[in-house]
Design a protein around this ligand. Sequence first.
Ligand code: RAT
Ligand code: ZN
Length: 418
Amino acid sequence: QTIQNAAELRKIVERLAASTPVTDMHTHLYSVDFEDSLLWGIDELLTYHYLISESFRWSEDSYEAFWAMTKREQADAIWKKLFVDHSPVSEAASGLITILDRLGLDVSSRNLEEYRRNLAGRDLRGQLDTVMKLAKVEHIVMTNDPFDAAERAVWLDRGGNTDPRFSAALRVDALLNNWPQAVRELKQLGYRVEEAWTEETRGEVRRFLSEWIRRMDALYLAVSMPGDFVYPSDDHRSRMIDEAMVPVCREHGIPFALMIGVRRSVNPGLRLAGDMSMHSDVTAVEALCRRYPDQKFLVTMLARENQHELAVLARKFRNLMIFGCWWFLHVESMVEEMTRFRVELLGTSVIPQHSDCRVLEQLIYKWEHSRSIIGRVLADKYEKLHGSGWYVTEEEIQRDFDDLYHRNFWRFLGREAR
Ligand code: RAT
Ligand code: ZN
């Protein structure tokens, strides 16, 4: 049945953009097996590091005074600065309003205590179901770091993840970005490694990666990298990638995810909120894709200035899947711009968004905001086709959203959707 006119077309696109289930392929959320690692509730939402850095724009207090407060006091301080003294118009602040409203709270009351009472009265399992249903997120990929002692204990002693709605991703930043620390950690875990890149060290790093991929059933291996990452190079990173990480990924048939362009801790006083973005060299990704045509790479970059070049690169390498609008790019204007030229350059063969949520309820706003932008971009494109007499059907529109929201990811992995 053909869609009659542009208005009907837009309505169908909007509906499917808002309702198609999502696989959220990079988050910092955890299943309840990981207990306190899964953050949720009003005080965690208010102390999200995106909001911490925004609130300091209005504060003269010392960083130390802020960190000395309890979480609840920090939340109160941020509420006052960003919601009472000023209007919550930033992406992260307006996101909180979206969350409260969709959870059925009266946003017009502006009564923080009421929100606190309401959320504190919920139980975590029920809240997880509610949030996943509201956000229409059917699958969540975690970020799993074996060097995190609390998390490691869950995998080693308590059976790991038991919730089929969650999958693991093995995150190994220290191996590439802080090798001396990684050596200390690996030694403590019983691996026979040393700082020199010896035959034995290389073998032990591979054993570590393999054991943890198997233990977690990790969907991919993941790292975040600074913008000055160069490849190939006569350095530790290139050796680690060529001689340990890529061989292990190939052995297990999993992609290697690179999140490139972060400059950690430019303002250490802000702690987790103190990281900055930086330009990256896209030729590092190009060299990896060319050298390892049968290895898949999931890549996102943090600088706006790198996005177009990265999208063009994905036209050249089918083993490259670009994903998400990461961190400082996860704001409406950037999502719109990036989604538009990605679709114009690559059609629907991309993963347009991931949430990067650290607090459960954030799934609600991050996906709602992104869905409506992705829907708008697609509607414009279909409408143009419509004008030339190419009538997309509802089934075709659904197929395209299935690809964008979940199928491209699972297909790239070579796995059945969970
Ligand atoms: O987006 C974030 O919350 C950052 O703090 C990082 O976690 C980043 O996404 C990363 O995975 O390194
Ligand atoms: Zn992240």
